[in-house]
Design a protein around this ligand. Structure first.
Ligand code: COA
Length: 258
């Protein structure tokens, strides 16, 4: 019973999605994607019950009639729409979620480098456009769209659009993936200077408390932009306000106090 319920759901999904489909009967008679799913379900059952040879034979017969090759080991969820069919290959360890749409020329394959789980796991409500290749044992998240002709070689998070070769994420939840503001960029130099300015203010407070206003006035004289620029030009700049300078001032201050 579950078998017929699932096939009915598959047919209704096509009717809902394809404007060219006028009713369920037409879909049942004219859509190779539905035939492939009908053949796949008993083949998958046989595969799971270790009757693998018969399962393969059914799968190959289905391929002969539909041009869609689904390995009996592949797990396919509910309401899968295989549109047009032809040259679709779904590998043995592929797993496909619910409400997935697959167009003609799609391959869910392996790269040839993996053993065991070698094919992708596709989430729910994924669209795999015509000619796309998804190769390897990684996960493609829910609500992902894979562009026509793309070659996807690594995991795709939920809600992304992937296009190109190799597949690149161009949209995340409907927004461009490279959403970088090219005008108002952060200025790390300005931030660093502000940090230094604040530290200097705090240090000056300590100096005033310890050595009085004079030490700061001297510091301001020594550290003026024009003076420093001139020192740099003359090549006489060394440590502008080095430890020696400070210790000399401290010594003078102490002498005065005595
Ligand atoms: C990927 C797709 C599903 C659209 O997804 P989307 O989230 O609406 O993405 P957009 O259309 O906004 O495109 C996003 C960007 O990817 C680019 N893009 C879309 N599809 C692309 C593709 N197949 N190859 C390369 N780039 C593609 C767009 O030009 C756009 O670039 P931009 O941001 O520089 O303008 C669609 O483009 C697609 O490939 N559809 C094919 C469906 C199909 O197989 N139909 C067959 C019926 S028989």
């Amino acid at each position: 019973m579950a078998f017929f319920k699932e096939i009915h759901e598959d047919i209704q999904a096509v009717v809902k999605q394809d404007p060219a489909a006028r009713n369920g009967f037409e879909v049942l008679m004219c859509y190779p994607g539905i035939w492939a799913l009908i053949w796949h379900r008993p083949a998958h059952w046989l595969h799971n019950h270790k009757i693998k040879m018969l399962a393969r034979v059914i799968s190959q017969l289905s391929r002969w009639f539909t041009g869609i090759e689904i390995h009996p080991g592949a797990k396919i969820g509910r309401r899968c729409v295989i549109d047009h069919g032809m040259a679709i290959i779904i590998g043995e360890t592929s797993e496909i979620g619910d409400d997935v749409t697959i167009y003609q020329g799609v391959t869910l394959g392996g790269t040839g480098k993996d053993t065991g789980k070698r094919h992708p796991t596709i989430g729910n409500r994924v669209v795999i456009s015509t000619g796309a290749k998804v190769l390897g044992p990684f996960k493609v998240g829910d609500d992902v769209k894979i562009g026509a002709g793309s070659v996807v070689l690594k995991e795709v998070p939920d809600g992304c659009t992937v296009v190109g070769i190799p597949g690149t994420i161009v949209r995340r939840n409907g927004r461009p993936a490279t959403d970088l503001d090219q005008v108002d960029l952060p200025d790390p130099v300005a931030v660093e200077l502000e940090c230094l300015r604040r530290r200097i203010v705090e240090l000056e407070k300590v100096l005033i408390n310890k050595f009085g206003e004079e030490s700061i006035i001297q510091c301001e004289k020594d550290c003026q932009y024009a003076n420093i620029a001139q020192e740099i030009e003359e090549g006489t700049v060394d440590q502008i306000y080095d430890e020696v300078h400070l210790s000399e001032e401290r010594k003078e201050q102490e002498d005065e106090n005595i």
